[in-house]
Design a protein around this ligand. Structure first.
Ligand code: ZN
Length: 318
């Protein structure tokens, strides 16, 4: 039945992307609004509800709304616990939206990394996979896991905050979380820049300008065999390999999906070294069962729309 519809909404720091999507994953309609994160929460809720109501009037067959938010979510209560980039703390987003909607229907809210995995599970590389790990590598690093077709949930909604596991707590670079040597200080945009900055003086011939040490400049320089950039990328590859090994030894997945913008930027530069490092730290029965793939890069709003199908499926399983 091709006329079952959902709305997906991805709320980012700068923009909010809406999509009306059918069960096959076809986007029928989409809109982008500025987030205006300095605007009070109540006004943002009103703007979101107005757009949702437009779609609900236009598409009577919409049966649910899925929303991705950057930060931990109490999904049972539909409360955004702490979305730093939006300035939202303990916001009962689901109930606040339902109070404004012209129709009562299921509204599901998840953190954006879990949404990334759900997207892959319905429309991307993790389709038909029962055991899958997703690593979102962008400015920072987060993760999500599906085991036995179910999203893994932590006791306080902080599952897979793997970017802040400190692998070098004594000598590592200072992280914004207060620790030293977190995983994301090596493998994330923040990590690449901090590593290149810390070692810039050791490589006077580097192509990376001292006043413009960016992820882009590092990747470009690595493609020209720049020694500093290669050093930074190799460390990232090694730490990513260790991270993939932990995930494999703990969760025994069939697939690790690398998502996030940085994964797509550095995949070809790191994958060989990452796999070699991973193999060193895995038992063969675990290593042989798992593959690593780049994410399918699905439209984030379309991915959020799949939350409706996921939660319908999960309620049938339980
Ligand atoms: Zn940290």
């Amino acid at each position: 039945m091709a006329d079952r519809l959902t709305i997906g909404l991805d709320i980012g720091a700068t923009k909010m992307a809406f999509a009306v999507v059918d069960v096959a994953g076809t986007v029928l309609d989409e809109t982008v609004l500025p987030t205006l994160s300095t605007q009070p929460y109540a006004q943002t809720v009103e703007r979101i509800a107005a757009q949702l109501n437009t779609y609900l009037a236009e598409y009577p067959l919409i049966e649910g709304i899925g929303i991705g938010v950057p930060g931990p979510i109490n999904r049972e209560a539909g409360v955004v616990l702490n979305a730093v980039n939006l300035g939202w703390q303990n916001c009962p987003l689901r109930d606040d939206l339902l109070a404004h909607l012209t129709r009562t229907l299921p509204v599901y809210i998840e953190n954006d990394v879990n949404v990334g995995l759900i997207s892959e599970y319905f429309y991307g590389k993790a389709k038909d996979m029962t055991h899958c790990v997703y690593l979102a590598i962008g400015t920072g690093l987060g993760g999500a896991v599906i085991i036995n077709d179910q999203l893994m949930r932590g006791a306080t909604y902080m599952e897979m905050e793997i970017g802040h596991y400190a692998i070098d707590p004594v000598n590592g670079r200072q992280c914004t979380c207060g620790q030293r040597g977190c995983v994301e200080m090596s493998i994330s945009g923040k990590g690449l820049v901090s590593n290149a900055t810390a070692h810039h003086a050791d490589y006077p011939d580097t192509l990376i300008p001292v006043d413009d040490i960016t992820t882009y400049a590092i990747i470009e320089a690595a493609r020209h065999d720049d020694e500093l950039a290669t050093f930074v990328i190799d460390e990232a590859a090694e730490v990513l390999g260790q991270l993939c090994a932990w995930c494999t030894m703990i969760f025994n997945p069939n697939l690790i999906v690398l998502g996030g913008g940085l994964s797509h930027g550095i995949y070809d530069l790191v994958i060989e070294k990452t796999r070699a490092e991973m193999r060193k730290h895995c038992l063969p029965q675990s290593y042989d069962a798992v593959s690593i793939e780049l994410s399918h890069s699905i439209n984030a709003a379309m991915g959020a729309s799949a939350l409706v199908w996921y939660f319908q499926k999960e309620s049938q399983l339980s």
